[in-house]
Structure formats: structure tokens, C-alpha cells
Design a protein. Structure first.
Length: 293
């Protein structure tokens, strides 16, 4: 049975220092990664069920002296975490739908239809990636306050969050790159069969692009879930604010134990989403450069 050679040769692996030292280093690295990744979440859970006195007196204690499991339901009811999480989920789902619609259709035009002006648009989209987001913050905010042509204000509406997030240059280029890898023979065969552009998009391109569409959807949801500055500007109404904006505001009137419980509930959902869809996410990232023949 043949073994694939790694960075350490088979002769070096027979040396005692390498044979025993390498597994020890691997175990230490694994423990370090686990502590760095899971440690903050466990600390947040511990703080969420601790008393305010324990958090202030010994924030780094491994085990609290007093456990208050009712902190989590209290945070849900008294801090209205459920309502803010509902707003966050609604914003995230709307951002995902708008992003997928704009980016998949835009990538379809640039990659599959290939108009004459396509390279110019692609270069312009690529150029926007080199601009810091803060540069466009003020013009975008002024546009939301008074929409061109329509003359209406989108402030305190979810459209003010959904529409800007849909125009994501990074997601558009990632999906376009994936569309470029689809064999042209399949597209030409669909054309010969009489498929229209809409039929080609819905019946061929999208089914072949499920991995990358899933990756972009997951990244969009997580990015929208943790976004703070833009929802703070366009959603001043507390009844519409997501959890990322609401928590700093209610922290002034809420005891720290409930704040920690609310933070744990806010962080738990995106972590669970990633754990549930991690196989699809990793498979989509691995296939982003092309389609398996």
C-alpha cells in the first residue's frame, strides 16, 4: 500500500525526537485551536448564567460561585431579545435574497451572456473592491435619505439595509468566477435545444451553481447578522433595530448578567448556522474554482 509523502520524510519519522515530538506538537496545536475557538463562547455561556457580582469580581473564573439559569429567559423577555433577534433574522434573510438575486443575475449577464461592455463593467466592479467602505458611507446615506428620481426616504425601512447589501462586488465576482468554469458546451447544447435566457439561467446555471450560491448565502447571513454601523444609521427606530444595534443601547439600563445572556443568545445562532451547514460551506469553497468533471 503506497503512502503519500508529507513534508517530513519516512526516514526522519523513525528518529525518536520526531516520532514522539511531532504528535506532542500536534496535540498542543489542537488544544490551542480549541481554546481560541471555543473558549470565548464557553466564557460567554458561563458569564450568561452567572450573577452580576461574580462577573465583576472574577470575570476569568472557570466556574461561577452562583449560577442563575433564569438569566437566559429573563434576557429573552425583559431585554426583548426575541424581538431584536426577529428583526435581525428578517434583515439577514432579506439581505440574502436581495444579494443572491442581484449577484447571480449580474454574474449571469457578465459570464454567460458576455455583452461587449462586459469587461468594462467587470473592471469597474473589481475597482470598487480597492475603495474603503467608509468612503461611500456618506453618499450612500444621503441616497437612502432621498432616493434619486423617486424622491422618497428609505430611512426606518428594511429596504435601506437590503438594497445596499445586494450590491456586493465581492459576491458578484465570486459567483461570476464560478459561472466562468461551467463548460460552454453545456450552454451551447441548451441553446440548440431552444432554451431562452431565463430558462438557461433557472434550469441550467443555478442548479449547477448550488455550492457557490450556498456559500454566498451563508456569508451574507453571517455578515448581516454582525453588521452594526449601517443599521445604526438607517434604522434609528428601536422597534426595527437588529440585535447588534439594540444591545449597546439597552446595556445602559440592563444589569451585566442579562447583557451576557443576551450576547450569548446573539452569538449562538450564527455559530449554529455554520455548524449545521459547514459541509456545504466547505464543499462550496473547494469547488469555487471550477466544476468537477
Amino acid at each position: 500500500m503506497s503512502h503519500e509523502r508529507g513534508i517530513i520524510s519516512f526516514a526522519d519519522r523513525k528518529v525518536s525526537a520526531v516520532r514522539y515530538g511531532l504528535p506532542a506538537i500536534q496535540v498542543l496545536l489542537f488544544i490551542g485551536v480549541v481554546i481560541a475557538g471555543v473558549g470565548p463562547l464557553l466564557w460567554l455561556l458561563k458569564s450568561g448564567v452567572s450573577t452580576s457580582q461574580d462577573i465583576l469580581r472574577g470575570p476569568m473564573q472557570l466556574w461561577p460561585s452562583g449560577i442563575q439559569p433564569q438569566n437566559i429567559p429573563d434576557a429573552w423577555n425583559r431585554v426583548q431579545i426575541g424581538a431584536y433577534l426577529g428583526n435581525t433574522a428578517f434583515i439577514a434573510i432579506g439581505s440574502m435574497i436581495s444579494t443572491l438575486f442581484v449577484c447571480t443575475t449580474g454574474a449571469f449577464v457578465l459570464s454567460i451572456l458576455r455583452p461587449k461592455w462586459g469587461p468594462v463593467i467587470t473592471g469597474a466592479v473589481l475597482a470598487t473592491l480597492f475603495l474603503p467602505g467608509v468612503i461611500s458611507l456618506v453618499p450612500l446615506y444621503m441616497t437612502v435619505l432621498k432616493m434619486p428620481v423617486l424622491g422618497v426616504s428609505l430611512q426606518n425601512t428594511f429596504w435601506a439595509v437590503w438594497l445596499p447589501s445586494a450590491a456586493s462586488a465581492f459576491n458578484l465576482l465570486v459567483i461570476k468566477r464560478y459561472f466562468d468554469s461551467i463548460p460552454r458546451e453545456l450552454i451551447e447544447a441548451a441553446r440548440i435545444d431552444g432554451a431562452s435566457n431565463i430558462r438557461l439561467f433557472t434550469s441550467l446555471i443555478l442548479p449547477l451553481s448550488k455550492p457557490i450560491v450556498g456559500v454566498v448565502a451563508l456569508l451574507t447571513v453571517i455578515g448581516s447578522w454582525k453588521d452594526y454601523l449601517w443599521p445604526l444609521l438607517v434604522l434609528p427606530d428601536p422597534r426595527l433595530q437588529p440585535i447588534s444595534v439594540a444591545l449597546p443601547r439597552v446595556a445602559k439600563t440592563t444589569e451585566i448578567s442579562l447583557q451576557m445572556s443576551a450576547l450569548f443568545l446573539a452569538v449562538l445562532i450564527p455559530v449554529v448556522l455554520f455548524l449545521v451547514f459547514q459541509k456545504q460551506f466547505l464543499r462550496g469553497v473547494g469547488m469555487a474554482g471550477g466544476i468537477k468533471e
